[in-house]
Design a protein around this ligand. Structure first.
Ligand code: PEP
Length: 248
């Protein structure tokens, strides 16, 4: 089957109400490129307003708790995201794995919670710089896949985002050959575990994607789209990435 390209914006902890207009501009421009699926994951505080301002568009959370409710001050359950109109959730971003000490088991539990709440899940993996330099990147990422990808899900509802930590927000990117090798290895591991269903799972690249490098990076083997941080905050920077994906 042909996997549709998927371009997702991760706004991280950026954006006040005034930024909703950017999201509307992004979604409006994306309508001209219907071959690409586009989602924006703003801070929790903007999800409801963004859904209201862009009905029918894919809006997501950047994290969720694995529990359905309870005494977890400051956390948000997957069902709460769905209740606010979100249809997507990112889990296992390296800024969560590193900054909040989330283990593979934690990430898996969050992915399971997102799927159980009816959300699509984008599950992030990626190696630190020293692992890349020591030649162990593929083994490292495949161990994350083994530990954090759940069982028994609709393959259309779970995407993997390969995000080398050293490429996030740095302007550094891996070579196209390294991206293709990693994505091929991830596809192989998913196929070994899930058989033909792995063909339906999208594998995104993330890390300093911009309008200039998007065609090259998204054109690499087994790359089905991008998870974009800094360049997703404005239509001027994000739309060219969507346009690039539409050409592939
Ligand atoms: C990210 O945070 O997921 C990311 C890829 O960030 P950036 O595009 O800014 O490197």
């Amino acid at each position: 089957m042909t996997r549709r390209k998927y371009v997702v914006g991760n706004w991280k902890m950026n954006g006040l109400s005034a930024a909703i207009g950017e999201a509307q501009a992004i979604f409006a421009a994306a309508d001209d490129h219907a071959v690409v699926d586009v989602a924006i994951c703003p801070p929790f505080t903007l999800i409801g307003a963004m859904v209201a301002a862009a009905p029918g568009k894919a809006v997501g959370g950047q994290d969720c708790h694995s529990a359905t409710s309870g005494a977890f001050t400051g956390s948000v359950a997957a069902a709460m995201l769905a209740d606010s109109g979100a249809s997507v959730v990112i889990v296992g971003h390296s800024e969560r794995r590193e900054g909040f000490a989330e283990s593979d088991a934690d990430v898996r539990a969050k992915a399971e919670a997102g799927l159980a709440a009816g959300l699509s899940v984008i599950l992030c993996v990626g190696e630190p710089r020293e692992v890349r330099e020591s030649g162990g990147a593929i083994d490292y990422v495949l161990a994350q896949i083994a530990g954090s990808v759940p069982e028994g899900f609709d393959p259309h509802r779970l995407a993997i985002a390969y995000e080398p930590i050293w490429a996030i927000g740095t302007g550094l990117v891996p070579t196209v050959a390294d991206v293709a090798a990693m994505h091929g290895a991830i596809r192989g591991a998913l196929t070994a575990r899930f058989g033909g269903a792995a063909e339906d799972m999208r594998i995104l690249y993330g890390g300093s994607v911009n309008g200039e490098n998007a065609v090259e990076l998204l054109g690499a083997g087994d790359v089905d789209g991008a998870l974009v941080g800094g360049a997703s905050l404005t239509a001027a920077k994000f739309v060219p990435i969507v346009e690039a994906a539409a050409t592939l």
